[in-house]
Design a protein. Structure first.
Length: 272
């Protein structure tokens, strides 16, 4: 009887060990994900000579979802950024305004290096930015609005350094990108949207751009403070976009303060 019990117990233990081993073998190294949700508020300047030769200055509100994904021990990471912004600005005399809205999606691929025992992390690579938005002038009767559509390819880089401020872990991070070339939509000088879309009169409205005719620059500096399980992010964003095409000039200069929260988590894939 004792022998039978011993055999049954041994069989059960073996079955558990096999099941555990199979489940352990089925777990693959997952993705490490760092996601930051941020709100930015600051000063903005708009120039769009299709609508007005005046520069308009005002306030911008921006939402940013910034995600970095990395698989296991891979040295490559992916960056996905969603941005939505709204600007309301006035001219110098205060008798007219412009409103602008923009959505930007960024996809980046970067190689990663670690130094100083992991305290210093550097990433470099490239990214693609797709932008869609509008500018509306409250004073114009004819052609009161301008569409903004653009696609840019840019080299980009970032560096992060970890240290402690007393008992609080802190990560300081800086990232920057400079568009090299792309495409943008623009009416030609004196051309109306009626001519473009109703009459179908194409006049060089899809314009190739380079860093010469559309010199632009984006930078972001942030500090992440971890309190227990909560990570608070504070930072600065400078986004400077400009172009001179089809005898028209455009620019949007943004300087803003950022505040948000950061989440770190892992996605583990289990194969049945």
């Amino acid at each position: 009887m004792n022998t039978i019990r011993t055999l049954i117990l041994s069989a059960l233990m073996l079955a558990v060990a096999v099941a555990y081993g199979q489940s352990a073998d089925s777990v693959r190294a997952g993705k490490e994900v760092v996601n930051a949700q941020m709100i930015g508020v600051g000063a903005a300047e708009i120039l769009d000579t299709y609508l007005s030769p005046e520069k308009y200055k005002g306030t911008e509100l921006r939402y940013i979802s910034h995600t970095i994904r990395r698989r296991g021990a891979s040295r490559w990471s992916r960056m996905l950024v969603h941005q939505g912004s709204f600007i309301y600005a006035d001219n110098r005399s205060g008798n007219g305004g412009e409103m602008a809205g923009m959505y930007t999606f960024t996809y980046g691929l970067h190689h990663n290096w670690c130094f100083l025992g992991g305290a210093l992390r550097v990433m470099a690579g490239g990214q693609a930015d797709a932008e869609a938005g509008f500018v509306y002038n409250t004073r114009n009767g004819n052609n009161p609005a301008q569409a903004r559509l653009a696609l840019n390819i840019a080299p980009s880089a970032a560096a992060a350094y970890g240290f402690r401020l007393g008992r609080v872990p802190v990560w300081a991070r800086y990232e920057a990108s400079v568009p090299l070339f792309g495409l943008m939509f623009s009416p030609n000088y004196g051309q109306s949207y009626y001519e473009i879309f109703s009459r179908g009169d194409y006049d060089h409205n899809v314009v190739p751009t380079t860093f010469v005719c559309a010199p632009s620059f984006r930078q972001m500096f942030t500090l992440d403070f971890t309190f227990g399980r909560t990570t608070l992010r504070l930072g600065y964003l400078g986004d400077f976009r400009q172009a001179a095409v089809n005898n028209l000039k455009y620019h949007t200069y943004s300087n803003m303060l950022l505040i948000g929260f950061v989440r770190h988590f892992k996605l583990t894939r289990i194969i049945p």
